[in-house]
Design a protein around this ligand. Sequence first.
Ligand SMILES: Nc1ncnc2c1ncn2[C@@H]1O[C@H](COP(=O)(O)OP(=O)(O)OP(=O)(O)O)[C@@H](O)[C@H]1O
Ligand SMILES: CC(C)(CO)[C@@H](O)C(=O)NCCC(=O)O
Ligand SMILES: [K+]
Length: 257
Amino acid sequence: MLLAIDCGNTNTVFAVQNGSETLATWRIATDHKRTADEYYVWLSSLILLNRLEVQISEVIISSTVPRVVFNLRVLADRYFDCRPLVVGKPECRLPHEPRVDKGTTVGPDRLVNTAGAFDRHGGDLIVVDFGTATTFDVVDHDGAYIGGVIAPGVNLSLEALHMAAAALPHVDVTKPAKAIGTNTVACMQSGVYWGYIGLVEGIVRAIRNERGRAMKVIATGGLASLFAQDTAIFESVEDDLTMHGLVLIHQYNKDNQ
Ligand SMILES: Nc1ncnc2c1ncn2[C@@H]1O[C@H](COP(=O)(O)OP(=O)(O)OP(=O)(O)O)[C@@H](O)[C@H]1O
Ligand SMILES: CC(C)(CO)[C@@H](O)C(=O)NCCC(=O)O
Ligand SMILES: [K+]
């Protein structure tokens, strides 16, 4: 069985895969101080609680936080007796090489998203990921990542308002009842909710104009379904897209050793 680890700047998701079947997914806050032993205690108690028969022999990691990779490597080595595949490292091959400026590093989550989306939908895609940042990953007709957009994340934008303005409280993102807020919290929620609807539609329009062709838009990330209520721009919302990409890249490396 494969342990697939998607480490973002806020949360890390672990999935146990038996071939293409997902047996379980678990989420933990990303913390570079967490040790391999701590991960293992947490993982093994979840396996026990869920009464799962789990035999992990392979590990793949995508991490947007370089510092956590060390302890995840130790986890794979010490507890699963394997060398993990790490997306973005030279030994991890990708089905399609990204076409970006020389010397630039693309976030591994973005490469994984594009691999997962191309497998499901073919080329000429825009993947929108509502994570710590809101990213747009553009997939060419042949499946290559050719660049995109990095915008501030939804929660980050609300946090920035709270941090910078003395009279603005901490609020959670939600769809406001009305566009015109009649109290501070409602005003902030409207700004962020309708602001992101506009941001997504505006950025997609600009990308499509630049490419001069039809491009499907696939959304992923925890907040994707919230925004999908008020825009028709998403072809589909796929919460498991990053995991799907990770499993795919793992299989690709096994097939092309
Ligand atoms: N309806 C909702 N309202 C508010 N927050 C939500 C809602 N649904 C999901 N979330 C939040 O979305 C986040 C999960 O999204 P996701 O895993 O894509 O990104 P992340 O963990 O914040 O970022 P990263 O992947 O960069 O670490 C969680 O923080 C969760 O609390
Ligand atoms: C943009 C984030 C933070 C989104 O998770 C991540 O993909 C990242 O750290 N990227 C590195 C820079 C880039 O993708 O161009
Ligand atoms: K993510």
